[in-house]
Design a protein around this ligand. Structure first.
Ligand code: G3P
Ligand code: MG
Length: 249
């Protein structure tokens, strides 16, 4: 496992407070702010193209009442994933993983790629996404951190590219979280920082792996989590959160 140098703030879905989430503009927005790493969600279209998208439904971010797993890439490509956010983003596309990775690399960003499979496609999503990422990602830069809520996706990652660091996403405290984390040999633990208690955070810290918290857009909460011992946070407004953390006394 590589040694990880993760910044204190990672841009969430690019920098989702400044551009439509998970688009090329959102990645550029994070880079323009001087943010070092971005988190992006990847899932599959019906015909198995890896795309950067968060929701199962296309309604919120692309205005179509359909599921992304039921649409082919050629149709997904036609959708407008920007106008919901603002007129200046009309025509923004749902990016393929490949296009997004190329922008991440071109802008010199670090990457946390979250494998976000539709139900039943946990293994396939990891296989397709990692096949693309391993072909595109340069061997020189820091390795991407591969995260998922889905244990099967992380297991597949461990089989395919064991040297890439893995992160277990925990939305809530599980009794057996430590066993899962140890079995998956994770590099970081990524928790929901909006619901975690101080006691839970203290428990997680005992694992002695970097502890990251999502999605923290509130400056006071970011400061509190850092005081509790969290190592880094995901934020839609990473510049604001970084400033708050850096100026904490
Ligand atoms: O990876 C951190 C965070 O993105 C996990 O939750 O739903 O925003 O993908 P979600
Ligand atoms: Mg995510």
């Amino acid at each position: 496992m590589s040694s990880l140098l993760i910044p204190k703030v990672i841009g969430h879905r690019g920098a989702a407070a400044y551009a439509p989430e998970n688009t090329l503009s959102s990645i550029h927005a994070a880079a323009d702010l001087g943010i070092e790493w971005v988190e992006l969600d990847v899932k599959l279209t019906r015909d198995g193209t890896a795309v950067i998208f968060h929701d199962e439904s296309l309604l919120r971010c692309a205005g179509v009442d359909a599921l992304i797993k039921d649409m082919d890439w050629k149709d997904v490509q036609e959708l407008d994933a920007g106008s919901w956010y603002g007129d200046s983003f009309i025509g923004e596309k749902i990016p393929s993983l490949e296009d997004a990775l190329n922008v991440v690399i071109e802008r010199g960003l670090g990457l946390n790629l979250e494998l976000k499979p539709c139900a039943g496609r946990e293994k396939e999503t990891a296989e397709i996404a990692l096949d693309i990422a391993s072909r595109i990602w340069s061997e020189d830069g820091p390795q991407p951190l591969i995260s998922s809520f889905q244990h099967v996706s992380l297991e597949t990652t461990m089989d395919m590219i064991p040297e890439w660091p893995r992160a277990l996403l925990l939305d809530e405290h599980h009794e057996n979280w430590r066993e899962i984390a140890e079995y998956l040999d994770i590099a970081t633990l990524n928790i929901n920082g909006n619901t975690a208690t101080r006691e839970e955070v203290e428990d997680y810290i005992e694992l002695q792996k970097p502890l990251l918290a999502y999605t923290i857009n509130d400056t006071e909460l970011a400061r509190e989590l850092m005081r509790w011992g969290v190592d880094g946070v995901f934020a839609d407004n990473p510049d604001v959160i970084r400033e708050a953390i850096e100026t904490q006394h």
